[in-house]
Write a protein that binds this ligand. Structure first.
Ligand code: NZQ
Ligand code: ZN
Length: 386
């Protein structure tokens, strides 16, 4: 097992009725900016619950953070923070709102052009404004990690950044909030979390036995609850299990001491930046083809995944690994995903070379757990995804 430090200071407050605890989680003398998205919180009663809990607090509201949050919008919130002397931010939303708040928190005290935080992929170690979250959509794990992804609209760049100063102080995860989720968003949540686990698991064999078993447990839980919770997100048992699985998939735990990949996400972010395809759906397009192109590098772990998670009975590693990829694609389809770029756009002829050029400009010439996903491999993966 590789050496590691596991630092995660998030106070995760889970369960029905927990939004009321906001009144105690945020100091009453705080000057709060409450940040939300396109307005779903006004239709499903979440805004009312938050406002009720914060009736003794001074709160300014900032709405309109988009799915795949935009730098340009977030800078308007940064201005608000400065003008109103805000000293605590509350995110009420899904991954986009939470990621947006992480950016606002980092940019609030940043001297200079805040786009540098994204373009230079800065590691934010201090000087960030404290914030908490009320999660409304389980998917990204952003409620319990210190990462964020923000899009610069002007240049269509979707860029990840983060750092230890960007953990939420607390996150309230009430599975009841899921009842109003559209099917598409629940499906996205299942597949985003599933792929997070695969990014940290489908690498090469290692001796971190517990990490593998936890990862397999999350995958199995997602396979069990995913199709059912998409049909009925108001079923508390299903919703609670999905919500906790999504958090556990990306709160740092399963990546400790093991190699990780993340190339599917890096390529997927480009598809969102170019075509505005939902994050999870880009992963469903890319992941299977990445496993096909990188087959020799990943087949031992693919075979282990196939046997332990899908109960595949095969004579050879190659056979088990091939079947594991097919099972994964079938699961993506069950969860309502399209797995070809051409399902979303006719304008894909130059996509592979565009992405490769971008990666080369950024110096991303060796991705993946073995740093063997080179530009020519990226090209092959994207072309296979057409
Ligand atoms: O904006 P509103 O009106 O609230 O509507 C949202 C939005 O349209 C809606 N929604 C959220 N909760 C709802 C609801 N509708 C009804 N009832 C509710 N309870 O759902 C839509 C999508 O929301 P969004 O926050 O965009 O979805 P998600 O949580 O999937 O977040 C995706 C973003 O997170 C990033 C992605 O790249 C993408 O930008 N990621 C962040 C990560 C991280 N910070 O660790 C890791 C991930 O890999 C991912 O990259
Ligand atoms: Zn993701």
């Amino acid at each position: 097992m590789q050496n590691f430090e596991y630092y995660n200071p998030v106070n995760l407050v889970f369960g029905e009725g927990q939004i009321a605890k906001l009144s105690k989680l945020i100091p009453t003398d705080a000057n709060v900016l409450m940040v939300y998205g396109g307005g779903s919180i006004f239709k499903n009663g979440i805004h009312e619950q938050v406002a009720d809990a914060l009736k003794k607090h001074t709160v300014t509201e900032f709405g309109g953070v988009e799915p795949n949050p935009r730098f340009e919008t977030l800078m308007k919130a940064v201005k608000e923070v400065k003008e109103k002397d805000i000293d605590f931010i509350l995110a009420v939303g899904g991954g986009s709102v939470i990621d947006g708040v992480k950016f606002i928190s980092a940019a609030a005290n940043y001297e200079g052009d805040a786009a540098e935080i994204l373009r230079k992929r800065m590691r934010i170690e201090d000087n960030a404004l404290p914030f908490g979250t009320v999660l409304t959509l389980p998917a990204t794990g952003s409620e319990m990690n210190s990462g964020s992804v923000v899009t610069i609209e002007e240049t269509h760049e979707k860029l990840p950044f983060g750092g230890p100063a960007l953990f939420p102080q607390f996150s309230i995860c009430d599975p009841k909030v899921m009842a109003s989720l559209p099917t598409r968003q629940v499906q996205n949540g299942v597949i985003d979390a599933y792929t997070h686990v695969l990014e940290q698991y489908l690498t090469y064999p290692h001796d971190a036995l517990l990490q593998d078993r936890i990862a397999e447990g999350i995958l199995q839980t997602l396979i069990t609850v995913g199709p059912e919770v998409a049909k009925d997100p108001s079923d508390y048992k299903l919703a609670a299990n999905l919500m906790w699985s999504c958090t556990m998939a990306l709160n740092g735990l399963i990546q400790k001491g093991v190699p990780t990949d993340w190339a599917t996400h890096m390529i997927g972010h480009e598809l969102t930046a170019l075509y505005d395809i939902d994050h999870a759906r880009t992963l469903a397009i890319i992941a299977p083809n990445l496993y096909r192109v990188m087959f020799d590098s990943k087949k031992e772990k693919l075979a282990q995944y196939g046997k332990r998670v899908w109960n595949i009975d095969a004579d050879t590693v190659d056979d088990a690994a091939t079947q594991a990829i097919e099972k994964t694609v079938a699961f993506f389809h069950t969860m309502g995903m399209d797995t070809k770029l051409s399902n979303y756009t006719d304008d894909y002829e130059k996509t592979a070379s565009f992405i490769v050029n971008r990666f080369e400009e950024r110096g991303w010439k060796a991705l993946g757990e073995r740093q063997n996903i080179t530009p020519d491999k990226v090209k092959e993966i994207v072309e296979l995804s057409y």
